[in-house]
Design a protein around this ligand. Structure first.
Ligand SMILES: *[C@@H]1O[C@H](CO)[C@@H](O)[C@H](O)[C@H]1NC(C)=O
Ligand SMILES: *[C@@H]1O[C@H](CO)[C@@H](O)[C@H](O)[C@H]1NC(C)=O
Ligand SMILES: *[C@@H]1O[C@H](CO)[C@@H](O)[C@H](O)[C@H]1NC(C)=O
Ligand SMILES: *[C@@H]1O[C@H](CO)[C@@H](O)[C@H](O)[C@H]1NC(C)=O
Length: 966
């Protein structure tokens, strides 16, 4: 504790202590873009605050959004010493410390950690700040146990926020529990966070609030204009005393914090001086109350210096339902608003993780995607921003995505240029597949080609089986990749105009409504998923697309009456079978929209994928509804990548829909008989329980109106989105759940060589043809493999390598992965572990929505000892991946040349220096012999007859959109 604070507390003696905390809440984009807010507001706020700190000895200030600090320091580098001085003297405190104040409902643990580290790394590297203690989430729309768990593991000891259900808030206030101990479960969380709920919000009490009317006009403000006159100051003093006594019972100790600030505050220096001047005068005149300016840290030091017992809360605080008169507002719409932005954020997160690891491992560079972190802001990923701001986030994410691709190219370039030349001949095109999981996998993958016959060669240059499935105007080429954990494997591709040996086998097209393999059978009805049979047992989950009117809610809130109407008539259906995969494609029409559903069942998996391409017309809410006929009561569970929580139905739900919607950032688990249906989305969305046996995935929405929560008008969304759900039937087993989640989110990354210096493209159509021998190794195993320890991240901080590991097994694990030498255990933020005094625990507080406590339904073990990672815990370590611990390299095909290949009964001798020749000869040969012979067969083969085509032109348009975006 700072000496100054200690002196203040001692000198306070008895009576109430009030800590006035000047602050500004700075949205990183909302009505305007982040850059606009910087120049119009934050630049001024920071300029003014440093002026005030210099002018006024006792004033304090704090700041939480690092994105703006960084912009300011970049523009005013000369101010850095001054800022550092104020930080050292305790007059300026960094709280929060993430790049932004992220949304909580839509985070998975990796995206959350990435955004926090963007800020915390910056603070450590540029301002030597490594002791941010207070998680500061003033404005986010509900608070999740995932976030609380991660903050605890990052070394925070306190969490401050304002938004919580009104009913809960009243309950907390009148029980004197506005401060409680939140003990989230999962990821190794243990001691919890002292949690402070602001009363009433993050603005000052109304008598001080400049936005309130002056009291004689019916409002409650104590002054007309600033500076206040003597008479007004007297009223302000009275109001202040009344306020303090009125709220003191809501807190545990005699210490009260009053925030003096609001959105984009202190932008006007004259106003700022006058407001501080008024508070100075109030401070001088109040009786029996000790008042000081403080930073949040000083306040909480004072609180924690008191020996107190706090109520314990172990649940979750989403969804947020507020009782705004005249009606209830369920903040459940933003789980799905502007879904394309959510998808782009998670797609970027996936590739950034790969780029970070490769850059650290291969180049010892730090790769940071600040705009990915920006996109986690609580008005960005939530979609609660105006249209031009939405577009700004998209543009920024696109740039970060390309930067990550470049970082991968750069790593490949270094990796391959240092490898010894081999004698592999070069075929047509080169495909790299990166397995981002550090465990071996065998997975069905695909890429889109305009050519039907493709021959894929594995790293050891053996042709592997593939299957082509008609798609749009070309084909999806499916193949099975067998990959070591965190490996990069090279594949080679040759195209053929005609059928050839071990070329992709064309699929058999039919209208059959069953996809099956030896593990599982998937039944469709009218093009929709209808039931699943596993181990001889049928599980009915009849699905349909449902549309509700979206005019009661808005970007933040979802609210509607009625049961919605079924839409989406089947206009085209095709099932495709072959040696590797069964695919069912259904096209549904509604007005001018076409929805496309693709179900993909690999021939030897138990998991299938359901993709759904969808767009919501203005004023609509589009769901995919499922009916189950087995369970009543407890059957609906959500996984937020820390906890599995049971969710039960809210009785009002029957009448007003919208309250019984939950975000799924990890997975939805639906109990059907003895098994659970696991649905893992590729990016978060809302999931509703509209009636006792029905659940709905909120696929897209397009509110036609504003919901009076700030945006002020209708905001358009021109982007459709494609969801991808991984679906399986399993027992409730956390290891399987984590595996299912990780293998979907961190699925293999496919790219194609497209130019010099190993530049890559994601589309096969953009790949280049090479005619010189392939003189590089064909497979790299870059990280140690483990079935239990998942390497979540490896990146650089101040020249050190920091590795974060998650134990996904139900047994304790030692960290002894070969090739990763442990130097020191750190907290999740990458700072040294701190000792935090545990807070004394009192009675348990529970907020029950029906029977739902938001507590994890899975028990987590207590800590098992140092150096051991307990089940489902997340730990960070400083590691070394130096010369001595160089990862093992597998390498096939040294001095290997292309073997003669049987093609159509003929053999061609192919030498590896004759690739040009190969291509030419193959082409000419085939064209003049086999192609002609087989012509009739080929043409007749996969011609698709249409059942009925909807509005073809509109369909083309929506496809064009999807091509542009995905
Ligand atoms: C930031 O504030 C300074 C000082 O008022 C001003 O000179 C500068 O132009 C501002 N920068 C931006 C980007 O608006
Ligand atoms: C912050 O530190 C990083 C790494 O040390 C450096 O590259 C960057 O220029 C610094 N930024 C500022 C604004 O000081
Ligand atoms: C799938 O079902 C069909 C028809 O019932 C059956 O002939 C076929 O053997 C099944 N396939 C597998 C892999 O079980
Ligand atoms: C959970 O699944 C894992 C991996 O599939 C298995 O090893 C483990 O035994 C299962 N645990 C239980 C309790 O069934």
């Amino acid at each position: 504790m700072k000496l100054f604070t200690l002196m203040c507390i001692l000198s306070f003696g008895v009576g109430v202590n009030v800590f006035i905390v000047p602050h500004s809440h700075n949205d990183a984009g909302w009505l305007e873009t982040v850059d606009f807010y910087y120049s119009a507001n934050c630049n001024k706020t920071l300029n003014n605050m440093f002026t005030l700190l210099s002018e006024h000895d006792s004033v304090k200030f704090c700041w939480s959004e690092v994105v703006f600090l960084q912009m300011w320091l970049k523009e005013h580098p000369e101010k850095k010493p001054l800022m550092e001085e104020f930080i050292r003297s305790g007059r300026f405190e960094i709280i929060g410390g993430g790049w932004v104040q992220n949304d909580e409902a839509l985070m998975d643990f990796e995206l959350l950690i990435r955004q926090m580290r963007s800020g915390l790394d910056y603070l450590s590297e540029n301002l030597s700040v490594e002791n941010v203690k207070i998680a500061w989430q003033l404005d986010t729309f509900g608070h999740s146990s995932l976030n609380a768990a991660v903050w605890e593991r990052m070394g925070f000891n306190t969490l401050v926020f304002a938004r919580i259900d009104d009913i809960y808030k009243k309950y907390l206030k009148y029980g004197g529990n506005l401060q409680f101990l939140w003990k989230p479960q999962g990821l190794g969380a243990k001691n919890g966070l002292l949690t402070h709920v602001l009363n009433p919000h993050y603005a000052p009490p109304s008598f001080l609030d400049p936005r309130e009317y002056f009291y004689s006009f019916g409002g409650s403000r104590c002054y007309l204009t600033l500076p206040a006159n003597d008479q007004e100051i007297e009223i302000c003093v009275e109001n202040f005393e009344d306020y303090v006594y009125a709220v003191s019972y809501m807190h545990k100790t005699e210490n009260i914090m009053i925030l003096l600030g609001d959105d984009f505050f202190y932008t006007d220096i004259v106003f700022s001086r006058n407001l501080i001047g008024l508070v100075d005068k109030i401070m001088e005149r109040v009786n029996d109350i000790n008042v000081i300016y403080a930073t949040p840290g000083e306040y909480f030091d004072a609180v924690m210096a008191v020996d107190e017992v706090y109520g314990v809360f172990k649940g979750d605080l989403v969804p947020l339902i507020s009782e705004v008169i005249p009606r209830i507002k369920p903040w459940t719409g933003f789980y799905t608003t502007k879904p394309m932005l959510k998808k782009l954020t998670y797609d970027t997160n996936k590739i950034v993780r790969i780029a970070e690891i490769l850059q650290s491992l291969i180049l010892r560079n730090k790769f940071v995607a600040y705009d990915l972190s920006l996109a986690t802001h609580h008005d960005a990923i939530t979609g609660t921003c105006r249209s031009h701001v939405y577009q700004d986030y998209i543009d920024k994410l696109d740039i970060d995505y390309l930067k990550a691709m470049e970082a991968i190219s750069q790593s490949l370039n270094k990796l391959y240029s240092s490898s010894e030349p081999t004698q592999l001949s070069l075929p047509y095109r080169v495909m790299f597949i990166i397995n981002p999981l550090n465990r071996p996998i065998s997975k069905l993958l695909s890429f889109y080609s305009s050519i039907k016959y493709i021959k894929i060669f594995d790293s050891n240059f053996e042709a592997i089986q593939s299957q082509s499935v008609p798609q749009d105007k070309g084909f999806d080429i499916y193949f099975r990749a067998v990959l070591n954990g965190f490996s990069i494997k090279t594949y080679f591709i040759i195209e053929s105009n005609i059928e050839c040996d071990i070329c992709s086998i064309p699929s058999e097209a039919s209208r059959k409504a069953i996809l099956n393999n030896t593990n599982i059978e998937v039944f469709l009805k009218d093009g929709y998923l209808n039931s699943i049979r596993k181990d001889g047992i049928d599980y009915d989950i009849d699905s349909r697309v449902v549309r509700y009117s979206g005019d009661l809610g808005g970007p933040y809130t979802f609210m509607t009456y009625g049961n919605g109407s079924y839409i989406g008539d089947l206009v085209k259906y095709r099932a495709y079978s072959g040696p590797l995969v069964e695919v069912a494609e259904s096209k549904f029409a509604f007005k001018s929209s076409v929805f496309i559903q693709t179900i993909i069942l690999p021939n030897d998996d138990e998991v299938f994928e359901l993709k759904f391409y969808v767009y919501a017309d203005v004023g609509s809410e589009i769901f995919m509804r499922f009916q189950q006929k087995y369970q009543k009561g407890d059957w609906f569970y959500t996984f937020n990548t820390a906890n599995v929580m049971k969710r039960t139905i809210h009785p009002n739900q029957y009448f007003l829909k919208g309250q019984n919607v939950f975000p799924i950032s990890g997975a939805l688990l639906v109990k059907l008989k003895e098994k659970f249906l696991f649905i893992v989305p590729s990016f978060p969305l809302g999931v509703a329980m509209p009636s006792e046996k029905t659940f709905e995935l909120h696929l897209h929405r397009h509110p036609g109106k504003d919901d009076q929560l700030g945006l002020g008008s209708y905001q358009e969304d021109i982007y459709p989105v494609e969801h991808s759900f991984s679906i399986s039937l399993r027992s409730l087993n956390l290891t399987d759940l984590w595996l299912g989640f990780l293998s979907h989110r961190a699925s293999p990354y496919i790219s194609f060589l497209s130019g010099t210096n190993f530049s890559i493209a994601e589309s096969y159509l953009d790949s280049e043809t090479y005619t010189t021998p392939w003189a590089y190794k064909t497979e790299y195993n870059l990280l140690p493999n483990s079935n239990c320890l998942y390497i979540s991240s490896l990146n650089e901080r101040k020249g050190k390598q920091i590795c974060t590991l998650l134990n996904i097994c139900n047994s304790p694990q030692h960290f002894d992965l070969p090739g990763l030498e442990v130097l020191e255990e750190l907290d999740l933020s990458g700072n040294h572990l701190k000792h935090i005094n545990p807070i004394k625990e009192g009675q348990e507080i529970e907020f029950l929505v029906n029977k739902n406590s938001g507590k994890s339904v899975v028990d987590f073990e207590e800590e098992v000892g140092r150096g051991i990672i307990k089940p489902f815990a997340l730990h960070s370590f400083e590691v070394r991946t130096g010369e001595n611990s160089k990862p093992e390299i597998t390498f096939y095909g040294n001095n290997m040349s292309i073997e003669p290949e049987p093609i159509g009964g003929y053999y061609l001798e192919i030498g590896f220096y004759f690739v040009t020749w190969l291509v030419l000869v193959l082409f000419i040969y085939y064209y003049f012999t086999l192609a002609r012979k087989n012509k009739g067969d080929i043409e007749g083969e996969v011609e698709i007859e249409e059942i009925y085509e909807g509005d073809e032109r509109v369909y083309e348009d929506t496809i064009a959109y999807s091509k542009a975006r995905f």
